[in-house]
Design a binder for this molecule. Structure first.
Ligand code: HEM
Length: 411
């Protein structure tokens, strides 16, 4: 068996050798997991095939994570990410206009201001934990601004988000009744009482915006909820939860791996410093390199076949973006970090299809702004030690990363 699920495997980074073995084995490999198992999909072409056939590979059956959920748990937690059409189409339409490239451009000045503040502070200190000082605060402040959450609550929501990541690992620090939780844990996303706290927070903010609407996403969503058939109470609550988590944790991970890669490959950063046109390709390479979300699952709705392997209706199929993003059939020299990579069809936002990451333009804009502001300062990052990684097979998280800062002024 080629194990890729034991969380501690990820304490040293993605186990690339194991994913190469999965890719190189003909057909798909059956991976035992708990009492059942799943088909492990690690080749780039296969990830794309699964992602773009939602009628065969469902997001709404079972769960999008490795384990199955009981029907009551799935219903309680169901959000945009584990819904099929037509509900998925309706939910996606409600939020998609806020995340188009045009809408996202509105948030660039704010993102730049936040990035400038955080980077100036980092440079002034000369060194520190990049995750705590830059990578974590930036995305949460931006998504909270889009949602309309007061900035003063950002630290509390980062704390909740950290606990949710713990829920994907074998390290759990919260008692079941933390934050006043009384809901059975199996009904909560990530099995974490932090989800109860995030639900409660979203409900209270929704109630405030219902009586005093503002120009923000929560006001737009509660308005849709009030229109009855457009968004139910649970759909609002679960959407709020997924937006806070997805808009925060993933981009933080990309910014952390990006900084580490640039510190480890000073020649590549020198290229970006020397040529502004390399910022956008560097963003894509950071995303490929980081692969912040390691996998997503689908469930076969009918008997089918993929890569010559028969898949039975009801089988779980897990797309390992971590494997697909290093597939030599899709990327020249996949183990090389190359900020000028011309052809970079990474699947960090998913392999296409209806669930392709809603926040892709936002995440790209945030990473580009950070690289650009680093360029403006002629900021060079240096490693001060090994990162502390999250023991998670779902989020390729970095908990802390000590870096040093040197500046040489604007390029
Ligand atoms: C580097 C940052 C990010 C990465 C790597 C990432 C990755 C992903 C992946 C892999 C999926 C699942 C795709 C699939 O199942 O086919 C996804 C879905 C999603 N992402 Fe992101 N994401 C990022 C940032 C964001 C941000 C900033 C938001 C903020 C709104 C966001 C919101 C969502 C939502 C709502 C979905 C579900 C979409 C659907 O099911 O229709 N993501 N993301």
């Amino acid at each position: 068996m080629i194990d890729v699920t034991t969380p501690s495997l990820y304490l040293d980074g993605i186990p690339h050798r194991r994913f190469a073995e999965l890719r190189e084995t003909s057909g798909l490999v059956w991976h035992p997991y708990e009492d059942d198992g799943f088909w492990a999909v690690a080749r780039h072409a296969d990830v794309k095939a699964v992602s773009t056939a939602p009628e065969i590979f469902s997001s709404g059956v079972g769960h999008t994570n490795l384990w199955d959920l009981d029907a009551d748990a799935l219903e309680a937690r169901r959000s945009i990410i584990d819904t099929d059409a037509p509900d998925h189409t309706r939910l996606r339409r409600l939020v998609s206009k806020v995340f188009t490239p045009r809408s996202i451009r509105r948030w660039e000045p704010l993102t730049r201001k936040i990035a400038a503040e955080l980077l100036d502070e980092f440079v002034a200190r000369g060194e520190g934990d990049w995750v705590e000082l830059v990578a974590a605060p930036l995305p949460i402040r931006v998504i909270l601004s889009i949602l309309g959450v007061p900035v003063d609550d950002a630290d509390f929501l980062v704390e909740l988000s950290n606990h949710l990541v713990e829920g994907t690992s074998d390290r759990v620090s919260l008692p079941d009744d933390a934050y006043g939780n009384t809901t059975p844990l199996h009904l909560l996303p990530f099995g974490s009482p932090a989800s109860h706290a995030l639900y409660t927070y979203g409900e209270e903010l929704g109630a405030q915006r219902r009586t005093g609407p503002r120009d923000d996403l929560v006001s737009a969503l509660v308005q849709a909820e009030d229109e009855g058939d457009r968004l139910s109470h649970d759909e609002y609550r679960n959407l709020f939860h997924v937006l806070v988590f997805a808009g925060n944790e993933t981009t933080r991970t990309a910014l952390s791996h990006g900084a580490m890669a640039l510190a480890d490959h000073p020649d590549q950063w020198q290229r970006v410093l020397a040529d502004h046109d390399l910022v956008d390709p560097a963003v894509e390479e950071v995303l490929r390199w980081a692969t912040p979300v390691l996998h997503m699952r689908r469930t076969a709705t009918c008997d089918t076949e993929l890569a010559g392997t028969a898949i039975a209706a009801g089988d779980k199929v897990v797309m390992w973006y971590a494997g697909a993003n290093r597939d030599p059939d899709a990327f020249a020299e996949p183990m090389r970090f190359d900020v000028g990579r011309a052809d970079n069809p990474h699947v960090s936002f998913g392999g296409g299809g209806p669930h392709f990451c809603l926040g892709a333009f936002l995440a790209r804009m945030e990473i580009a702004v950070v690289l650009d502001e680093m360029r403006r300062r002629g900021l060079r990052l240096e490693r001060r030690g090994e990162p502390v990684r999250a023991p998670s097979n779902f989020v390729h998280g970095i908990l802390s990363l000590d870096l040093g800062a040197r500046t040489s002024g604007a390029p």
